[in-house]
Design a protein around this ligand. Structure first.
Ligand code: CO8
Length: 229
């Protein structure tokens, strides 16, 4: 499931409503055993709860919004599917990025978290930085993920962790190279083949059509046949 509430995948009421409908569809699909939760936003997994939904609105609106946040957690945390949060970037398919507060809750509600190793990315429950106390079910989800002491420290200081730090404390299960690292390592070779694709085909054809090569292949096939008896 690719989240695309641009620019930062903030968890607005509309987004949460759509998210819940999509999750329910997958839950009801007998052929679907798991879901990879990721982002279509260029740099962000999710910016957490949409601050605009918590500012200058009516009490009724706040209640409706909070109920949707609860529902998101209840459904995801108790999902009958295998759930994976992919907080990373592989070509244009997976997402990059940061995952503060509500985004971190969403990721922690999954069974497994993979995060791209980019020094610009961060994850954590940073409510304290906004002057907000994390609700007990945010806190408990973190305790169940990284333990009591690490949660205490994390919440009291409103910490956002880099991918290696998050991996060290168990907030992230598996770090992986970000698209930047992957691209840096592989792109030159890919580009070289793409630029010389036709000549590479010609090379192969002229090599494989050589009598000596054809003879070797024939002998090899016969040897394999003999080995099989
Ligand atoms: N909600 C709404 N809008 C947001 C949010 C958000 N959480 N985050 C960013 N935006 C908006 C920005 O205002 C900006 O809007 P505009 O273009 O109109 O100016 C746009 O998204 C892009 O933002 P940036 O320019 O900042 O984009 P960057 O790529 O530089 O940074 C970040 C992206 C890292 C996500 C950054 O925007 C950021 O740190 N945002 C704040 C994230 C945050 O602190 N989220 C926590 C929200 S609170 C929460 O989830 C739990 C609350 C629990 C409440 C419990 C009460 C009891």
């Amino acid at each position: 499931m690719k989240m695309e509430n641009l620019p930062v995948n903030s968890l607005s009421l509309d987004f949460l409503t759509e998210f819940l409908i999509s999750l329910e569809k997958l839950e009801n699909d007998r052929g679907c055993r798991g879901v990879i939760l990721t982002s279509g936003a260029p740099k962000i997994f999710s910016a957490g709860l949409d601050i605009m939904e918590m500012y200058g609105k009516s009490a009724e609106h706040y209640a409706e919004f909070w109920k949707a946040v609860q529902e998101m957690w209840l459904r995801l945390y108790q999902s009958n599917m295998v759930t994976i949060a992919a907080i990373n970037a592989i070509s244009s398919f997976l997402c990059q990025g940061s995952s503060p507060a509500g985004g971190c809750l969403m990721a922690m509600s999954c069974d497994y978290r993979i995060m791209a190793e980019n020094p610009k990315y961060s994850i954590g429950l940073n409510e304290t930085q906004l002057g907000i106390v994390a609700p007990f079910w945010f806190k408990d989800t973190m305790v169940n993920t990284i333990g009591n002491r690490a949660t205490e420290r994390s919440l009291e200081l409103g910490l956002l962790y880099s991918p290696p730090e998050a991996h060290k404390i168990g907030l992230v299960d598996q770090p992986c190279p970000s698209d930047i690292t992957k691209s840096m390592m592989r792109k030159p070779t890919v580009d070289r083949l793409l630029a010389h694709r036709e000549s590479d085909i010609q090379n192969f054809v002229s090599f494989i059509t050589k009598d000596s090569i054809q003879k070797s292949l024939q002998m090899y096939m016969e040897m394999l046949k003999q080995r099989r008896g």
